[in-house]
Design a protein around this ligand. Structure first.
Ligand SMILES: NC(=O)c1ccc[n+]([C@@H]2O[C@H](COP(=O)([O-])OP(=O)(O)OC[C@H]3O[C@@H](n4cnc5c(N)ncnc54)[C@H](O)[C@@H]3O)[C@@H](O)[C@H]2O)c1
Ligand SMILES: [Zn+2]
Length: 687
């Protein structure tokens, strides 16, 4: 039959495109399209070549294994070629039946003959490696390369702890072990989290990361990428009686000290394979590593030899694949999700796509910088990955499929939930909504914090109850707590009249608090308990704090520029000030005292550090005296320290002060400096 011109042209286009993708995937370890897309094109070419065998050129991607070796690495000729595995075209649960039928035909068996025994294994998604041991010692490790010639990677493979450098037990003169080097999903996620923290480009997926790590010139780089290994096959052997079966081989490999996966089985006939396929599919997400399917192999190795090979694949094995964990789809838009703590996360809205066994319409983009680093644009064809329990993620754009209609994303400057301004710290990857007290997205978290033990300490107002109050719209800000009635509370699930009354009483009692607790309760980012205490001491009253600018805040001991910025942003947000005003109107009050005198007083402009146990003053009392005299109390000794007040059992701070030549005072000397005058400046607040 003559080959139509259109088929010939299409085959040529596919060959060129597939070669380009193969190069990116095998040689550069940086795929340009997801495997699923590659496989679609590959199958299309296979079908054309099936219909028109004249189109099957020797250089067709369907006739070759893998890719060319990297010129930087030393080429290694394989004693026994490393081939690929045919993918079962029947992807249904019954796929094993087609394989069994082909095997039986190949062996010339008919219905009266007994069942063929198979070994079923996982198909690990990593890279194939050949490990050569001579007299029990690892002498060479090589990648598959094009199947005939691989790359020598002994230097990097030696860094993989799971690969024995010396075999256990009696070793043959030569033993070549084949298996898969892979990266566990949790190791991959950790690696990417670190990359993100450092503001560096993240890795695409565990397979390509593992392949890239093994094919490094510098083993130190590979050693920083956590890799794992499973053994599953043999290359050349000398002076060894090879096991008669695939399952026996796996046992022998385990005895030599190799990790062999425990998820495997032996089955007489295809029924056991069908069950294995179903069982593994059900647990795929829970496995700690990626698999792209299962592999069935004829167990008897003499039958394997009888069946032999066809071009690049053995006839005695087949890969039965599961739905791909990476797919391509269109990025329709980017929405901002506001988390419970106010973090603004860009989320990709996608054209629905079936990936990793579920239909995905949203995927995380992590943060603004990552969108820029990956150069993801709205309208792009993007690769979406969903593997295990990890939330689906946009891996990157398929740049080759752009048509110019795509546009860049802009991070909003306002919180999409509450309209407060969104701010991003200099050293931070994420932007945050600054309306912490007001924002609906942060409501539950803000109120839980407000009521917590170190804040307003409202007994009986637990997380579950707060969640209910928020869900039912009864409480929108912490200020709303103070108008709750016992009847309203008693209407909620699991709330008896008596406990409702107790909660209302506890809310009422919490109106009388301290400035420190109140500041802490506001939930300002980076303002913990001790900073709240420092702020309360330094400013003495809330109005002074609300009026402070960054410089005034940085005058507080232990408040640095980052904390000062967080406070400034918080109090600059009108929504927060509104809630604070409502809280005061609800009758929350505390004792205020005059702020520390910073411009006059005997210790004005001086920085002191307190250490050890003083004979009569507590640390807090000493601190109050120093601050009342215009001094600052810092947490650690530095060149800026003017005096160290040291009591009993002073330790490293004393040593440091002495080494820096800082004057050391005992309690009596401190009193002398203060001029002996004690002040009590407590006044009632006027809220
Ligand atoms: N995205 C792209 O651009 C692109 C380009 C080229 C290839 N690819 C992908 O590469 C794959 C095809 O490559 P391939 O020829 O290496 O075939 P394959 O990876 O599908 O199958 C052969 C490989 O399976 C591995 N394997 C895992 N577990 C095994 C086990 N228990 N027993 C035996 N072998 C096991 C071995 O490493 C072996 O080399 C496809 O998934 C394809 O999508 C993608
Ligand atoms: Zn908000």
């Amino acid at each position: 039959m003559a080959v139509p011109e259109s088929a010939a042209q299409r085959a040529e286009t596919l060959r060129v495109e597939l070669s380009r993708h193969s190069h990116a995937y095998y040689v550069l370890d940086a795929p340009t399209v997801p495997d699923a897309e590659y496989d679609r094109l590959f199958e299309e070419l296979q079908a054309l070549e099936h219909d028109y065998p004249e189109l099957r050129t020797a250089d067709s991607p369907t006739q070759r294994v893998g890719g060319a070796p990297l010129p930087e690495l030393v080429a290694v000729a394989h004693a026994v070629p490393m081939l690929s595995i045919n993918t079962e075209t029947d992807k249904s649960a019954q796929g094993a039946l087609s394989f069994d039928a082909r095997v039986r035909r190949g062996l010339g068996l008919d219905e009266s003959d007994p069942a063929v025994r198979y070994s079923a294994e996982l198909k690990f998604d990593g890279l194939a490696i050949n490990l050569r041991y001579e007299h029990g010692v690892l002498v060479r490790a090589a990648t598959r390369g094009d199947g005939q010639t691989g790359e020598e990677v002994t230097h990097t493979v030696r860094t993989i702890g799971q690969i024995p450098l010396r075999l256990h037990g009696d070793a043959p003169a030569v033993l070549e072990v084949r298996g898969e080097i892979y990266m566990r999903r949790d190791d991959f996620e950790r690696l990417n989290a670190t990359q993100r923290e450092r503001g560096e480009k993240t890795f695409v997926n565990p397979r390509n990361t593992a392949a890239g790590a093994v094919r490094q010139l510098d083993p130190a780089v590979s050693a920083r990428r956590p890799l794992s290994f499973f053994a599953y096959g043999l290359g050349e052997t000398q002076a060894w009686t090879e096991p008669a079966t695939q399952s026996g081989l796996l046992d022998a490999l385990a005895d030599f000290g190799f990790p062999v996966c425990s998820h495997r089985c032996v089955s007489d006939g295809p029924e056991g394979l069908i069950a294995f396929h179903a069982r593994i599919e059900a647990m795929r997400d829970a496995l700690p590593y990626d698999i792209d399917g299962v592999v069935y192999k004829v167990d008897d190795r003499s039958l394997q030899r009888e069946l032999g090979f066809v071009s690049r694949e053995p006839r005695w094995a087949v890969a039965h694949k599961y739905p791909a964990q990476e797919q391509m789809t269109r990025l329709l838009g980017i929405e901002i999700q506001v988390g419970r703590t106010g973090a603004l996360t860009p989320v990709a809205r996608l054209a629905p796509v079936f990936v990793g066994g579920v239909t995905v319409t949203n995927a995380t983009l992590h943060n603004e910088d990552e969108i820029r680093r990956k150069d993801v644009r709205i309208g792009d064809q993007v690769i979406v990955r969903r593997a295990g329990d990890v939330i689906p993620e946009v891996v990157g754009p398929v740049v080759a499929y752009r048509d110019g209609s795509e546009h860049e994303f802009e991070m909003p400057t306002e919180c999409p939930v509450c309209g407060s301004h969104a701010v991003r710290g200099e050293d931070e990857a994420v932007a945050r909504c600054s309306g912490g007290l007001f924002c609906a997205a942060q409501r539950t978290q803000a109120i839980i914090h407000f009521a917590s033990r170190k804040a307003l300490d409202i007994e009986g107002l637990g997380d579950k109850l707060i969640e209910q109050l928020v869900e039912q719209g009864l409480v929108k800000t912490p200020a709303d707590l103070f108008s709750l009635s016992a009847d309203t509370l008693a209407g909620l699930a699991r709330m008896a009249q008596k406990s409702a009354a107790n909660v209302v009483a506890a809310i009422d009692a919490s109106r009388e608090t301290t400035l420190q607790r109140f500041i802490y309760a506001l939930g300002i980012r980076n303002v913990g308990e001790s900073t709240a205490r420092d702020l309360a001491r330094h400013f003495g009253g809330l109005d002074a704090l609300l009026a402070a600018d960054a410089a005034a805040l940085e005058a507080v001991p232990d408040v640095g520029p980052i904390v000062a910025k967080c406070i400034v942003e918080f109090i600059a947000e009108p929504h927060n000030r509104e809630v604070i005003a409502q809280l005061r109107a609800a009758g929350i009050h505390w004792l205020e005292h005059a702020p520390a005198l910073t411009t006059n007083g005997p210790l004005a402009g001086k920085t002191l550090v307190i250490t050890g146990t003083l004979p009569s003053l507590s640390r807090d009392e000493a601190r109050a005296l120093i601050e009342a005299a215009g001094g600052k109390v810092a947490g650690s000794v530095s060149k800026k320290t003017d005096y160290l007040v040291a009591g009993e059992a002073a330790g490293s701070k004393l040593t440091k002060a002495e080494s820096l030549g800082v004057t050391v005072l005992d309690e009596a000397a401190l009193h002398a400096l203060l001029g002996g005058g004690e002040t009590n400046l407590l006044t009632e607040s006027s809220t």
